[in-house]
Design a protein around this ligand. Structure first.
Ligand SMILES: *[C@@H]1O[C@H](CO)[C@@H](O)[C@H](O)[C@H]1NC(C)=O
Ligand SMILES: *[C@@H]1O[C@H](CO)[C@@H](O)[C@H](O)[C@H]1NC(C)=O
Ligand SMILES: *[C@@H]1O[C@H](CO)[C@@H](O)[C@H](O)[C@H]1NC(C)=O
Ligand SMILES: *[C@@H]1O[C@H](CO)[C@@H](O)[C@H](O)[C@H]1NC(C)=O
Ligand SMILES: *[C@@H]1O[C@H](CO)[C@@H](O)[C@H](O)[C@H]1NC(C)=O
Ligand SMILES: *[C@@H]1O[C@H](CO)[C@@H](O)[C@H](O)[C@H]1NC(C)=O
Ligand SMILES: *[C@@H]1O[C@H](CO)[C@@H](O)[C@H](O)[C@H]1NC(C)=O
Ligand SMILES: *[C@@H]1O[C@H](CO)[C@@H](O)[C@H](O)[C@H]1NC(C)=O
Ligand SMILES: *[C@@H]1O[C@H](CO)[C@@H](O)[C@H](O)[C@H]1NC(C)=O
Ligand SMILES: *[C@@H]1O[C@H](CO)[C@@H](O)[C@H](O)[C@H]1NC(C)=O
Ligand SMILES: *[C@@H]1O[C@H](CO)[C@@H](O)[C@H](O)[C@H]1NC(C)=O
Ligand SMILES: *[C@@H]1O[C@H](CO)[C@@H](O)[C@H](O)[C@H]1NC(C)=O
Length: 747
């Protein structure tokens, strides 16, 4: 997740005036004892994982920099990741701008300066109207922006930079530099210009209201009511069978051939490798990315411009540790500790049958530091290491919002002006890598190229694993705001539905693997696509065994309930109606204030349902004292042992799981499916300490997590767990979704 960025042309002035939300008071839990020690990583960097090293320190005084091969030939230039050589802008070759409308352009001719002055002056008038609502000002400004973007598109990014400077829309003291790095054409300026040019601003469209509520910090407009899908749409979408046919609903869930062995599945997520991590730099910074050569903490340093890497030790409050830090993305040393953990605990004696990676390989960073090369570097190096450490086991990889440049932005295939394939470089790269790692064949690669990174494979007979690109329901993908009434502007959900239909027809079970969760507290996703997703899950619930997401960096889950009326917010959310669940797999990155995670599922070899999982973590607090060894991976908990006791809800006569309990316990033969997790939420209502335990595990026992001991927090969490769409999540009390906020190093 990154700091939210606003739609500049519309709203700089309005946002400037908006008040900053005060942080809510928090309490901190005390750390409980760790689980049994399971695997300790070696102290030395495993250089044998790479063909050569670009830089190898003697000890732990700096991070190693392995040579990473390029697909074409040769290797990435070391300067791409040298920690003290930070780029100032993305390459100009990566700029994508819409075409001008010939009529509009000719009316301006060569007088673009004059035109720009007029636009700026008219914008000022819009913001200076007395008696006008802020929402109407925002709408007028967006319409003016559209005119400008259609008349002289190349002018718009520069104009956004000017506005940013004029209204000091930055938290940085170096206004010009910061505005350029946000709104320059190669960063978000080009994407904003496309959004302005293409947005559906007709009276009938909800787009401008979404733009003026979701993309503007001060939320001048109310968010439109969540859309409802009508019966015609749904009937058409599901090709006449709005409800699964009887021979599907009544059939056995056993689909794979009889096998002795469970399908042990590794779930890893959000690695966010930071190859520019600088050991000894500021790890408790307040100016953006920490553990970087340009990070500082303003209580000890206030000058903007200093030579990267030159900050004196006396001006650093917490030096970045070789193994990683709470407020930083993982350096190479921690990523390798994760890879060694995969080999050492998860895949010991080759026991992993399948891996899933739910997205976000690349570090969080400003778009000025990002580039297509940095994305390709992250994809290549991490996929190669997964291949190496998984003993050639297939890894299913979903793209995350950070696996593209600019971050979060995935273009729609329907864009005009030759822009429909502006993000194809990414899908082409992933397609080639998936094939070369041996995780898919030619057909797989073709699907990745033509479905925005989406593909399906069948690792075992009777199981179809479908990877989707969740950027098309992600709130920060600005392309999604071109037409917010359209639930599937990219075609991603049509393709997913066709895959599920094929699985249903072939009597297979399906897993869906994606990045951004569709629900939880509703803070990440858009209403229209997640409402449709919810209906797809409900329709194919007899086929879908599980859904796997990442993104939040936290250990969470969502339950989906039966819904057929076009409106996910009307779902009963009663355990009797639970039809599916999504696991939100926790991150390797500690960012922010959580502990690195690895997870392994035990999966029934015939139904492909999860029977149990083990959650591992490594405590950051131990990193400071490591000399002879590397980090240690501990077992934090097993799911069934932790959540399988329903005696409290049973005693209160509120157990609605339908499955006969075994002495209050979920029977060993029953899967941890949607019904199980729905019943867990009922148990939590009878036993609030179970919510608190979940809250502790959300950040993997992080001593920096706020506790969840109030009835308000506990009720909100249970509500998030029952939310599989954005509008459902947003209907819950807000403010308790994440355990990352609220920690202040001084408290
Ligand atoms: C605009 O400028 C270009 C080159 O600077 C020149 O060739 C062209 O004639 C000008 N057009 C008008 C309408 O002035
Ligand atoms: C600016 O506003 C004036 C007055 O409404 C209008 O005539 C003019 O076309 C506008 N110019 C631009 C570039 O929007
Ligand atoms: C905005 O309006 C006020 C009066 O309502 C005026 O004093 C001020 O100069 C105007 N500002 C701009 C930039 O037009
Ligand atoms: C702009 O805002 C930042 C942060 O609020 C502040 O530090 C800086 O001094 C301001 N710059 C100007 C030119 O007002
Ligand atoms: C704009 O949105 C409206 C309302 O959803 C829709 O009817 C219309 O077809 C859209 N126009 C375009 C060009 O997509
Ligand atoms: C829709 O259903 C009909 C009849 O069941 C079938 O022949 C047709 O292939 C289906 N179309 C699609 C697009 O799945
Ligand atoms: C279910 O019934 C339909 C229509 O009779 C048939 O086409 C289909 O093959 C059946 N599916 C299964 C899995 O038996
Ligand atoms: C299951 O185990 C039995 C006995 O250990 C063995 O003979 C058989 O090959 C195994 N079957 C599979 C599918 O692995
Ligand atoms: C992976 O495959 C390669 C080539 O087929 C083989 O040399 C290597 O030993 C395999 N690795 C493992 C851990 O099985
Ligand atoms: C996009 O498509 C056009 C036309 O099909 C092609 O010329 C161009 O090379 C493509 N660009 C990318 C980045 O794939
Ligand atoms: C590729 O793999 C899929 C299943 O994962 C299989 O159905 C398909 O036949 C394979 N295609 C080729 C060309 O081998
Ligand atoms: C969902 O609800 C519909 C309509 O009430 C019903 O026909 C269908 O059987 C239900 N499906 C499940 C999986 O409960």
């Amino acid at each position: 997740m990154t700091k939210f960025r606003l739609l500049a042309v519309a709203t700089l002035a309005i946002s400037f005036a908006s008040t900053i939300q005060a942080a809510s008071p928090t309490q901190y839990v005390t750390t409980t004892s760790y689980g049994s020690e399971v695997y300790t990583v070696s102290s030395a960097f495993p250089t044998s994982d790479f063909s050569s090293m670009d830089y190898q320190p003697k000890g732990h005084e700096a991070e190693p920099r392995p040579a990473v091969p390029m697909l074409s030939s040769g290797q990435f230039n070391d300067s791409l990741v040298n920690p003290t050589m930070l780029p100032t802008a993305a390459p100009s070759s990566e700029i994508a701008l819409p075409s001008a409308s010939a009529d509009l352009a000719s009316s301006v001719g060569n007088n673009t300066d004059q035109y720009q002055n007029q636009v700026m002056s008219n914008l000022t008038s819009i913001f200076n109207q007395t008696g006008q609502s802020e929402c109407q000002m925002c709408i007028d400004a967006v319409k003016l922006g559209q005119q400008a973007a259609r008349t002289v598109p190349s002018m718009v990014p520069g104009m956004l930079v000017k506005l940013c400077v004029q209204y000091n829309y930055t938290e940085s003291a170096d206004v010009q530099k910061d505005c350029e790095s946000q709104f320059g054409a190669a960063q978000l300026g080009g994407v904003y210009t496309q959004l302005l040019s293409y947005a559906n601003l007709t009276e009938a469209s909800s787009s401008v209201n979404y733009i003026c509520s979701n993309l503007v910090d001060s939320q001048p407009c109310n968010r439109p009511e969540p859309p409802v899908l009508d019966t015609d749409f749904l009937t058409n979408w599901f090709n006449g069978t709005l409800i699964a046919p009887a021979n599907i609903t009544s059939r056995s869930k056993q689909t794979g051939p009889a096998q002795n062995n469970t399908l042990r599945t590794l779930h890893v997520s959000d690695f966010h490798l930071d190859p520019r991590y600088l050991v000894g730099s500021e790890a408790a910074c307040d100016n953006g990315e920490c553990c970087r050569s340009d990070s500082y903490n303003s209580s000890l340093w206030s000058q903007m411009d200093f030579q990267p890497g030159s900050l004196p030790m006396a001006n650093i409050s917490e030096p970045a540790n070789y193994w990683g830090a709470y407020e930083c993305n993982p350096p190479w040393a921690l990523v390798e500790a994760g890879m060694q953990g995969i080999t050492g605990i998860a895949n010991k004696s080759g026991s992993i049958d399948l891996g899933i990676f739910t997205g976000d390989l690349t570090t969080h960073d400003s778009d000025a530091h990002n580039s297509q090369d940095l994305i390709k570097y992250s994809e290549q190096s991490l996929y190669d290491l997964f291949h190496r450490h998984m003993g050639n086991t297939t890894m299913v990889v979903a793209l995350g919002n950070h696996d593209t440049a600019p971050a979060d932005e995935a273009a729609l295939g329907s864009l005009p002006d030759g822009l429909s394939n502006q993000t194809s470089w990414d899908y082409d790269n992933v397609a080639s890598l998936v094939q070369s790692e041996g995780w898919g064949n030619d057909t797989t690669a073709q699907s990745i190229r033509s479905h925005y990174g989406g593909y399906s494979i069948s690792p075992r007979q009777g199981l179809r694993v479908i990877a989707v690109n969740s950027d098309f329901w992600y709130k920060k993908n600005f392309f999604n705001y071109i037409n917010t009434d359209e639930p599937d502007a990219s075609g991603m959900l049509r393709w997913l539905t066709d895959e599920l239909q094929a699985a249903e027809t072939l009597n297979e079970r399906a897993w869906i693997v994606g990045h951004v969760p569709t629900g939880w507290d509703g803070s990440d996703a858009l209403d229209a696509p997640t409402n449709l997703f919810y209906h797809i899950v409900s329709r194919y619930s007899h086929t879908i065994a599980h859904i796997f997401f990442g993104h939040t960096h936290e250990d969470q889950f969502q339950v989906f309930y039966n819904v057929t009326n076009g409106n996910s917010t009307s779902a009963s959310r009663k355990t009797q109606d639970a039809v599916a669940n999504a696991f939100l797999g926790p991150s390797l990155t500690p960012l922010h204030n959580v502990q690195p995670s690895l997870r392994v599922y035990e999966v029934d070899p015939q139904t492909y349902e999860v029977m149990d999982y083990q959650q591992y973590f490594t405590p950051i607090s131990e990193f400071a004292n490591l000399t002879q060894t590397g980090p240690t991976w501990h077992l934090l908990y097993s799911a069934r042992a932790t959540y399988g006791n329903f005696s409290a809800s049973q005693a209160a006569n509120k157990y609605m799981g339908g499955v006969a309990l075994d002495n209050g316990q979920w029977p060993a033969s029953a899967p941890l499916n949607g019904t199980f997790w729905a019943a867990v939420t009922d148990e939590m209502e009878s036993r609030p300490d179970l919510v608190q335990l979940h809250n502790l595990y959300q950040g993997r026992n992080s001593p920096r997590s706020p506790s969840c001991d109030s009835p308000e927090c506990q009720a909100a969490k249970v509500c998030y767990m029952r939310s599989g769409s954005s509008s459902l999540g947003r209907a819950c009390a807000q403010g308790y979704g994440s355990v990352q906020s609220g920690f202040s190093p001084n408290s």
